[in-house]
Design a protein around this ligand. Structure first.
Ligand code: C2E
Ligand code: CA
Ligand code: CA
Ligand code: CA
Length: 278
């Protein structure tokens, strides 16, 4: 491993990244990782304006025996190009359902709704709903404590199929959030057609919202749009008090970002929830 950027570990030599042998190596490493359950979640708290932890976003990490903790951008693309994303996703769905059932046993965490990222490849699988249902059953998970984050880019193909799957899962109690809102193809007709519960304002708008009038206007408009459509609105990438105050003044009441916490392992998350209660 080679240091790159600020405290980022690069998986292998970047100059090798385009070579066939690099792909073959990382692919076989991912296969081993799947067998040895090296893929884990860290959980980033989601808070209400009363500083109550209401949920978490599950963010995948690869706990690699040699290279340490690897962020999703360094393995999701390879998992996708090799087709291993499907096995990986199945494992992660299982992990998420197991975690939700564990949290439901503890009064301090029983209310937590866990948001899971779903890639376009995953949602296009004919058995996606089945995989979700089986994991829910296996762990006795309360489906109302599961939220799926989808992105606009995955909606372009086969929107009717996607809507059908969403409706099936919603019938169980699973909710849906539209991630990275405002950065994709952003057809407003999606908002009308999709059975959504929440939109998530992309962090790029939050970044300068407290200082840039245009970003502020976009963020406020998304909040109003959500309000008018009866959807929750959550802001991601909240890093400063100024940003949170801006959001609060704009009627956005749900936040996620480094101001509160990074994504952390489950046991740390549980401590974080308990601390915020006092
Ligand atoms: P995303 O879904 O937009 O997730 C938010 C990303 O922003 C996460 O990066 C999170 O750690 C980071 N973040 C959170 N708060 C802040 C903040 O205050 N400031 C800044 N600058 N960043 C913040 P992460 O964990 O590296 O994940 C990157 C992307 O990888 C995710 O973007 C998502 O698209 C993908 N990803 C992560 N886990 C999964 C997974 O289980 N399945 C799939 N399909 N994709 C995943
Ligand atoms: Ca997300
Ligand atoms: Ca996002
Ligand atoms: Ca993003």
């Amino acid at each position: 491993a080679k240091a790159k950027g600020r405290n980022r570990i690069c998986f292998f030599d970047p100059q090798m990244q385009s070579t066939v042998s690099y792909h073959a190596k990382i692919e076989s490493d991912i296969r081993i990782g799947l067998r040895q359950q090296q893929f884990v979640f860290h959980y980033q708290p989601q808070l209400s304006d009363e500083r109550r932890v209401i949920g978490a976003e599950a963010l995948a990490r690869w706990q690699h025996p040699k290279h340490g903790l690897i962020p999703p951008k360094d393995f999701i693309p390879y998992a996708e190009s090799s087709g291993l994303i499907l096995s990986l996703s199945d494992q992660l769905i299982d992990t998420a359902c197991r975690q939700v059932s564990i949290w439901s046993e503890n009064p301090a965490t029983a209310h937590i709704v866990l948001a899971l990222n779903v890639s376009s490849k995953q949602l296009r699988q004919p058995d996606f709903v089945q995989v979700m249902k089986q994991a829910i059953q296996r762990h006795g998970t309360d489906p109302t404590k599961l939220k799926l984050e989808i992105t606009e880019s995955l909606l372009v193909e086969n929107i009717d199929d996607t809507i059908g799957k969403m409706k099936e899962l919603k019938a169980l109690g699973v909710s849906f959030s539209l991630d990275d809102f405002g950065t994709g193809y952003s057809s407003l007709s999606y908002l009308k057609r999709l059975p959504l519960d929440q939109i998530k304002i992309d962090q790029s708008f939050i970044k300068d919202a407290a200082i840039n009038e245009k970003d502020a206007a976009i963020a406020r408009t998304i909040v109003a749009l959500g309000e008018n459509l009866g959807l929750d609105v959550i802001a991601e990438g909240v890093e400063t008090v100024a940003q949170q105050e801006f959001l609060q003044d704009s009627n956005c009441r749900l936040y996620q970002g480094y101001l509160f916490s990074h994504a952390i392992p489950a046991d740390e998350f549980e401590r974080f929830v308990t601390q915020m209660l006092h």
